[in-house]
Design a protein. Structure first.
Length: 221
């Protein structure tokens, strides 16, 4: 199911939410109506989080069905809340530590910012239980915002090269398409949260863009 949404009149919903096939972590203080729509579209349990005092959950964490990687200003309470959902947690202490912006993952693989340290790369692989590769999408190092990956498909930045798209297909073991969100915005991860069952999408997204999302992520009925 696809659902157009704003979070408190902000269409950049991917910055404030992360999901796998069972749980969605999201910022606090959203209306009950919005939360119900998220639950229905993604068919998940909702868990509200703040990471330190930040509501930008989507930028600061990444997850698949096995584990989660979070920025190092996550406190013990936040880590415990994530672990309670049956996920292994790695706290990334690199200079580059906005995990949601810098890591793209599904249950088959992960692509990371090229400058993440070797130690962190190893721990990301162990935590998410997948092979990990360094690379870019549309020459951008912030690969977590340049695309969205689920176990059914990848939708990525429209300027991704053929070589990058081949690499994404190899890593994530699914088909790869290019597209935009929020009326032509290329940073897919900022306005789209998806899993194998559905997607929530920033409210400025057009019908044509929604059709592309549905096709790319294997959500056509």
């Amino acid at each position: 199911m696809l659902q157009l949404l704003d979070f408190n009149e902000n269409p950049n919903i991917g910055v404030y939410c992360r999901a796998n096939d069972k749980v969605a972590f999201l910022q606090k203080n959203l209306s009950k109506k919005v939360k119900k729509k998220i639950e229905k579209a993604l068919e998940v349990k909702l868990v509200e989080l703040n990471i330190s005092d930040a509501s930008i959950i989507g930028s600061l964490m990444v997850l698949n069905s096995k584990g989660a990687v979070v920025t190092d200003f996550a406190d013990d309470e936040t880590i415990k809340k994530i672990e309670e959902q049956g996920l292994k947690v790695f706290v990334i202490k690199d200079i580059i530590n906005a995990a949601g912006n810098d890591i793209l993952a599904n249950d088959y693989g992960a692509l990371i910012h090229p400058d993440i340290r070797d130690y962190s790369m190893k721990k990301i692989g162990e935590t998410l239980d997948v092979p990990v590769y360094r690379g870019t999408i549309a020459s951008l190092k912030t690969v977590g915002m340049a695309a969205v990956a689920t176990n059914k498909g990848v939708l990525c930045h429209p300027k991704a090269t053929e070589e990058e798209k081949k690499m994404l297909k190899k890593i994530f073991k699914v088909d790869v398409m290019i597209g935009t969100i929020n009326h032509g915005f290329p940073l897919i991860g900022s306005g789209l949260v998806a899993n194998s069952k559905g997607a929530i999408i920033g409210k400025l997204t057009t019908g044509i863009e929604m059709g592309r999302i549905e096709e790319a992520l294997g959500l056509l009925k």
